[in-house]
Design a protein around this ligand. Structure first.
Ligand SMILES: Nc1ncnc2c1ncn2[C@@H]1O[C@H](COP(=O)(O)OP(=O)(O)OP(=O)(O)O)[C@@H](O)[C@H]1O
Ligand SMILES: [Mg+2]
Length: 380
């Protein structure tokens, strides 16, 4: 018996299918580590829930650290505000990163006196101003970043759930980066972020120069990547999946990373947590599917319970139109509504990760099986 190597609901140990993203990050990290330059654009990878954003960001972090860069991780949305979170993380990273950074501690402390928690509380408390107005803390934050890069090879700031960041924090970050782009090309620092599909809109609402931000939608997994995600971890434990079993698992998961992990994990358990030399066959996947279905249904029910009556109507109308992508106009027609009146609930449902924009302005369900769930139980 060997424990499952799959990671449903946990950060993935490897991120197959993300070669393009990783190549771009490697190139950016070279700019930083080899040339000692600023990565001028803030990068934001965005996708609905369960697409692998956190896992990807963790992989960026591993790569940054492998190059000897100082990295800090924050999950936006805490009370303290984004900038305070970043500064706190930077301060504790310096404390733990040993001698090479010790030289900069003194300077950091002086920055923290002006910018530290009391100062930041003040910045965060600033009442909302128009997007064209620079927050008072932007220069101080810029100075803090400059300071932190002194004596280390470079600093990488990773921000997860960026759509949840406070308005002043976002604006402070973007303004500080704007200054660095203009005057600090030799500051080796980078910001890589991840968030829901609403992140670009949310950021655009609080800063005017969002063209300085590189938005990258993160898609479903391609066939080969999915296959690697299923077969690879088993192979490392000396276990083989039959071709038929892989086929069935892929048809169930449909490229949705969370579902890939769920079905592979359920099949592993159904196969009796195989020892080296054993196989996962199609019967194990079939048995696993019913177990996984229960997990998925629980997730669907929870998401459904979190929807308003109107959102449910919208989901119902979409499900009635089939599991594939639907045009907004078709949807509006089916609901006897105007496309405009649907835009707010549509945005909320995208944020909840239930639906997502597809090519050419179409809308589609995010999770495989959700359309069937809505058709089957949704009306109840
Ligand atoms: N490239 C990948 N291949 C296979 N599985 C993956 C991949 N990336 C992530 N996963 C798996 O998908 C699931 C979701 O991953 P993760 O938590 O990183 O997504 P997320 O987009 O951050 O989700 P959320 O929006 O809920 O925070 C996890 O079970 C993880 O192990
Ligand atoms: Mg996440």
């Amino acid at each position: 018996m060997q424990p499952s190597p799959y990671t449903p609901g946990e950060v993935a140990r490897a991120v197959p299918g993300r070669a393009i993203q990783l190549a771009e990050i490697d190139e950016r990290l070279s700019v930083l580590a080899d040339l000692g330059r600023l990565v001028g654009r803030i990068r934001v990878d965005h996708a609905p829930r369960g697409f692998g954003k956190t896992s990807l960001l963790r992989e960026y972090q591993r790569r940054a650290e492998a190059r000897g860069l100082l990295s800090v991780w924050v999950t936006a949305g805490e009370e303290a505000g984004l900038v305070a979170q970043i500064c706190t993380a930077l301060a504790s990273a310096t404390e733990t990163s040993g001698d090479r950074a010790r030289a900069s501690v003194g300077r950091l402390e002086s920055v923290e006196l002006t910018l530290g928690v009391p100062g930041l509380a003040q910045v965060s408390g600033t009442r909302s101003v128009g997007p064209r107005v620079e927050p008072r803390g932007a220069r101080a934050f810029e100075a803090a970043i400059r300071d932190k890069t002194d004596g280390v090879g470079g600093v990488v700031v990773l921000i997860d759930e960026i759509q949840a960041a406070d308005e002043v924090g976002l604006r402070t970050l973007v303004y500080a980066w704007q200054h660095l782009q203009a005057e600090g090309a030799d500051v080796p620092a980078a910001v890589f972020a991840a968030g829901l599909p609403s992140a670009p809109e949310r950021i655009a609402a609080v800063v005017t120069f969002s063209e300085r931000i590189a938005y990258r939608p993160l898609g479903t997994l391609g066939r080969e990547a999915e296959e690697i995600a299923v077969v690879g971890p088993a192979r490392a434990l000396g276990v083989r999946w039959t071709e038929e079993a892989v086929e069935l698992a892929l048809s169930i998961a449909q490229g949705y990373p969370y579902a890939v992990q769920l079905i592979a994990d359920a099949a592993w358990t159904a196969a009796g947590r195989p020892d080296p030399g054993h196989v996962v066959d199609v019967r194990a996947v079939e048995r696993g599917r019913s177990v996984m279905q229960a997990d998925l249904e629980a997730l669907f029910r929870a998401r459904w319970a979190g929807c308003t009556a109107f959102e449910r109507r919208l989901l119902g109308a979409m499900a009635d139109l089939g599991a594939g992508p639907v045009a907004r106009a078709t949807l509006a027609q089916a609901m006897h509504a105007t496309p405009n009146s649907l835009s707010a609930p549509r945005a909320r449902l995208i944020d909840k990760g239930l639906i997502q924009p597809a090519d050419r302005g179409l809308l589609q369900f995010t999770m495989p099986g959700f359309a069937e769930f809505v058709r089957g139980n949704g009306g109840e």
